[in-house]
Design a protein around this ligand. Structure first.
Ligand SMILES: [Zn+2]
Ligand SMILES: [Zn+2]
Ligand SMILES: [Zn+2]
Ligand SMILES: [Zn+2]
Length: 237
């Protein structure tokens, strides 16, 4: 879905927490997630808006936009034929972090690195920092803590985090509930789970931090952004 603008003399009605009825030469922005922003010439704030409405319909000739979210409704109606509707190719914006293999700029937008030219997208694990160093494939690397510090290519095809962590830490820790070892698995995030699953269901999410010692319970202790703790969040040792 493109980002769409509607520009010209419009009648705007908002029914909801407070009702508004406006008319003026406005610029309406309709985003791909259906968010509608009605701007006039003043300041940064829209004069009316609806964020990610459940329903949105837009008809042309005559131009008529209705966005509905719960008991809030935003209607925009063209007051004359000169109102212009334009589609724009708008992408994500983020902090520049290097170059894509296509030569385009890579930016960090939320939890991923995206190329603003070819739209290639590389999701990052939680707590990851993109580095200035590059992989042999040309993409930047990132650093992340999962027991130890790992530096990997943005592209999982060059080596995945779960494989790197498994290689260094798989089988290193004993299951506290049976005689098995803890294996490193991908379950959304990384999990240290008993090798005897499903007979033993013991498993712990591997925290964003590095191992700094051993807990009285036998499991490793991690230094994390939130302080030092046992691999087992329920452990008081
Ligand atoms: Zn690219
Ligand atoms: Zn690579
Ligand atoms: Zn076990
Ligand atoms: Zn413990």
């Amino acid at each position: 879905m493109p980002t769409r603008t509607i520009a010209g003399d419009c009648i705007v009605r908002f029914d909801g927490s407070r009702d508004r009825h406006l008319r003026g030469r406005v610029l309406v922005v309709v985003k791909p997630d259906n968010t509608v922003l009605v701007h006039d010439a003043d300041g940064y704030q829209p004069v009316a808006w609806l964020t990610r409405p459940e329903e949105l319909s837009l008809t042309r000739d005559p131009l008529w936009l209705v966005a509905v979210d719960g008991d809030e409704t935003l209607r925009v109606e063209a007051a004359n034929d000169a109102v212009a509707v334009t589609d724009h190719d708008v992408g994500e914006a983020g902090v520049p972090v290097g170059d894509c293999r296509c030569g385009g700029p890579l930016v960090r937008a939320g939890g991923a690195v995206v190329c603003i030219e070819c739209d290639d997208r590389y999701p990052l694990p939680g707590g990851a920092a993109v580095l200035e160093s590059t992989c042999d494939c040309g993409l930047p690397q990132f650093r992340v803590d999962r027991g130890e510090t790992f530096e990997l290519c943005l592209d999982y095809d060059c080596g995945s985090l779960v494989e790197a962590v498994r290689e260094r830490l798989g089988g290193e820790w004993d299951c506290p509930d049976c005689d098995g070892d803890l294996e490193i698995l991908q379950r959304g995030g990384l999990l240290a789970g008993c090798e005897h699953y499903p007979d033993c269901e013991t498993g712990f999410a591997v925290p964003d931090g590095t191992v700094v010692g051993e807990c009285d319970c036998g499991l490793p202790r991690f230094e994390t952004g939130g302080g030092e703790r046992c691999l087992d969040t329920g452990c008081e040792g």
